[in-house]
Design a protein around this ligand. Structure first.
Ligand code: ACO
Length: 277
């Protein structure tokens, strides 16, 4: 598997820009103050993803500047992402990155390591210190759907088409998408969506909780912009603490959650008022 190059910091008009070779990773990454934007940038191939894309995502997560509070994940062109690069299914695979047939010959440990690295590219988007927003238009298939699911919020265009295609191709969704899908839509609906590999369009996506907001295609950037303004209007540390509480709520009892609220609030009060006489 080809390792994507480490992001390099460059000066520029935006207050911070990192670059990797977009031809290899299929994405661009920009930071402007408290907002980071990851753009899937192979529109001619419907933003198909490779292992190099996922390695680059993991490195972006590793190097994300502390000041960033909101991460937007978007796709260039008509579709958010058509999922994994279909060349992986061919014997030749993706140049420098192998194929599914070469992956199938890896030992269990080597496969596990490769998958973990890919999953790392998705996992950091849930960090409490940031809010991640997927801005999704057109198709979000397989790995594309899972990338949208890795984000905290999904703002979608009215032409959105989510599809968990893996089971139709003999695979399982393994890029961290199954847990958020079940948590968002429930087990029965997740089984329906995955095991039929059917398409979920905008109205249904909003109804079942996959999308927070549906907007006209040409209003997507504006809707994301407005959401970011709302998110940045709250206190940074309180927002992170609240996200920690919300993320932990499902796995705690009510009593445990009350205790967790108390612990976070004690810390907030100390931070805000301990210097007052
Ligand atoms: N991998 C590589 N290339 C792709 C992919 C992909 N996943 N999806 C589309 N492309 C390429 C097409 O081959 C075509 O290339 P070409 O112009 O060189 O012929 C170009 O992108 C445009 O594709 P079209 O099919 O012409 O675009 P359209 O907008 O009509 O359809 C759609 C888009 C529905 C996304 C269609 O391309 C498609 O079904 N793609 C495959 C989706 C898929 O099965 N993904 C794997 C899911 S499983 C997983 O992700 C683990």
């Amino acid at each position: 598997m080809a390792e994507a190059k480490a992001p390099q910091q460059r000066g520029g008009n935006a207050d911070n820009v990192f670059t990797e070779d977009p031809a290899e990773t299929g994405l661009r990454f920009e930071v402007d103050g408290e907002i980071a934007t990851i753009t899937l940038d192979r529109p001619d191939k419907r933003n198909a993803q490779t292992f190099a894309t996922w390695s680059a995502l993991a490195r972006i997560g590793d190097d994300l500047p502390d000041r960033v509070r909101v991460v937007v994940v978007r796709g260039e062109g008509p579709s958010f992402s058509a999922g994994i690069d279909l060349r992986m299914f061919t014997p030749e695979g993706v140049p420098g990155q192998g194929s599914f047939s070469s992956t199938a010959r890896l030992g269990a440990a080597a496969f596990e390591q490769r998958l973990r690295q890919a999953q790392r590219g998705f996992l950091w988007l849930r960090r409490p210190e940031i809010v991640s927003i997927a801005a999704v238009q057109g198709h979000a298939i397989g790995a594309g759907f899972q990338l949208a699911l890795a984000c905290d919020l999904r703002i979608v265009a009215d032409d959105v088409k989510f599809c968990m295609k893996e089971p139709a191709l003999g695979l399982v969704p393994d890029l961290t998408g199954t847990k958020p899908l079940v948590e968002l839509v429930g087990l029965a609906k997740a089984i329906d969506i995955c095991l039929t590999a059917r398409t979920v369009e905008a109205d249904e996506a909003q109804r079942i909780g996959l999308a927070e907001q549906v907007v006209a295609r040409d209003g997507l950037d504006r809707a994301v912009h407005d959401k970011i303004a709302g998110l940045l209007s709250t206190n940074r540390d309180a927002a992170a603490a609240t996200k920690r509480l919300l993320q932990g709520a499902r796995s705690r009892t009510l009593e445990e959650q009350c205790a967790a609220e108390g612990a976070e609030q004690a810390e907030r009060l100390r931070a805000l008022f301990s210097s007052q006489p």
